[in-house]
Design a protein around this ligand. Structure first.
Ligand SMILES: Nc1ncnc2c1ncn2[C@@H]1O[C@H](COP(=O)(O)OP(=O)(O)O)[C@@H](O)[C@H]1O
Length: 269
């Protein structure tokens, strides 16, 4: 009985996400455009998935879909789920697969209606079950795994500030980690807001030290196994961030063989 329940729950989830993903893939192949990337960004809280996924989505012309943003949007909307979500997120726990897949499917359907093709997923999948459901419904071309030492992750989360008006992310932390055991040091300058955002900065409710530590623990337990899941499928690109955006962005483009793509786009701009 329990096994049937688990199976039927899974297949319901798979079919709702499947509808959303298959329409997105159908529009990709209907046009004459070459297939657009369907990529996933993995990495611990605070590593910078949002920053680099958003830059790449602008460069490649595909939507950046962050499940954390979908969750935050839902919890600030005063809808029926908002209280329940606030409690889970502010404890650093994961939201249920059912809720996440429902939010993601809705987001994909809205994008499909606007003609979006391809995607960069940030924060999904976060569990093996989510990865299996995703694998059952669409092909993921590449999984980028961003990495930073734990000390930098904690400092970055605690220093994160968001403009309550435009939603842009800044960081007041100056990170300076000494190199040791043959590993190079890491320096990250603060990401200072422009004057129009400076007076409107807010901090995420889950960016307190206790909750960040819990999020890191949950990541290790639930999401780290995804590295092996994608490694064994030959899809994982490991990327140790060498520093802040000025050092890391060009190196990431190089690792993705996109450095020429950016040169062409900036020459055309
Ligand atoms: N794929 C997912 N599965 C379950 N919960 C999720 C998922 N994506 C986001 N969440 C919830 O939203 C919160 C914020 O997500 P995100 O902004 O990606 O945070 P982080 O900085 O910890 O990577 C998570 O702590 C979790 O509660």
């Amino acid at each position: 009985m329990a096994a049937i329940f688990r199976m039927s729950k899974s297949s319901n989830l798979a079919s709702s996400i499947c509808r959303a993903f298959t329409t997105a893939s159908a529009s990709a192949s209907a046009g004459s455009l070459s297939p657009r990337p369907q990529w996933v960004f993995l990495g611990c809280p605070g590593v910078g998935k949002g920053t680099y996924a958003s830059r790449l989505s602008n460069l490649l012309g595909v939507p950046h879909i962050a499940t954390g943003d979908l969750v935050r949007h839902e919890l600030s909307s005063d809808g029926p789920l908002s209280k329940q979500l606030a409690e889970i997120v502010n404890q650093g726990k994961l939201v249920s697969d059912e809720i996440i897949i429902s939010l993601l499917s809705k987001r994909l359907e809205v994008g499909e209606a606007k003609g979006e093709i391809g995607f960069i997923l940030d924060g999904f999948p976060r569990t093996i079950r989510q990865a299996e459901i995703l694998e059952g419904v669409t092909d993921i071309g590449l999984v980028v795994n961003l990495k930073l030492p734990e000390q930098a992750l904690i400092e970055k989360c605690l220093g994160r500030r968001i403009c309550s008006q435009c939603g842009k992310n800044y960081n007041v932390a100056e990170i300076n980690i000494k190199g040791e055991n043959g590993k190079p040091g890491i320096y990250m300058a603060p990401l200072t807001p422009p004057p129009q955002c400076a007076s409107k900065l807010i901090t995420r409710g889950d960016d307190t030290e206790a909750v960040v530590k819990e999020r890191l623990r949950v990541y290790q337990e639930m999401s780290q196994p995804l590295e092996d899941f994608y490694r064994t499928r030959g899809k994982l690109l490991e990327f140790d961030l060498p520093g802040g955006i000025p050092e890391s962005w060009p190196k990431l483009l190089e690792a993705l063989n996109l450095d020429e793509c950016e040169e062409q786009l900036s020459a055309a701009a």
